[in-house]
Write a new protein. Structure first.
Length: 159
């Protein structure tokens, strides 16, 4: 999904950091391509304090804090592959992952497009700062190396 710059309250918010990009990693002695994209929740929330925005039938509100926190592309480029992530499930049983980066929580999913070899799609669902009191609400589970998660997902396995 490509996002266009937003004008909210007369101020322009650049969305360049939320454009899809692709990274390549060596995983299990093979080159693995990972296409990254960013979802609507990366710059909106449900609190109703900002300008209402609609996307694919969903109405949420622009959130300047989430927009700011979603500027994690530098991290994704430089340190993501060496990081840790915690797998967890949501109500609809779709597999999601949580990565806690300092005071940020980054929620993302990883899927393997059908009939592809060494290609994964990683969708950043949301990214936001987590206050100390909110850490207890983050998903629990055993952290895994991102490299291992990518290897398993590329093999079509859950973690």
């Amino acid at each position: 999904m490509e996002w266009k710059d937003l004008i909210v309250g007369g101020r322009k918010y650049c969305m360049a950091h939320l454009q899809p990009f692709e990274l390549s990693y060596e995983v299990a002695e093979q080159q693995l391509s990972v296409k990254l994209e960013f979802g609507f929740h990366c710059f909106t929330d449900t609190k109703g304090h900002g300008q209402p925005l609609r996307h694919r039938g969903e109405t949420r509100y622009f959130c300047a804090e989430r927009h700011h926190c979603s500027q994690i592309a530098d991290y994704l480029h430089k340190r993501f592959f060496k990081g840790l992530a915690v797998p967890f499930y949501v109500e609809n049983s779709q597999r999601y992952y949580c990565l806690d980066l300092h005071d940020y929580a980054v929620f993302f999913s990883i899927s393997k497009p059908q009939n592809t070899t060494n290609l994964l799609k990683l969708r950043v669902i949301s990214a936001y700062e987590v206050a100390e009191w909110g850490r207890a609400k983050l998903p629990k589970g055993k952290p895994h190396n991102v490299r291992h998660i990518l290897e398993m997902r590329n093999a079509g396995k859950s973690v």
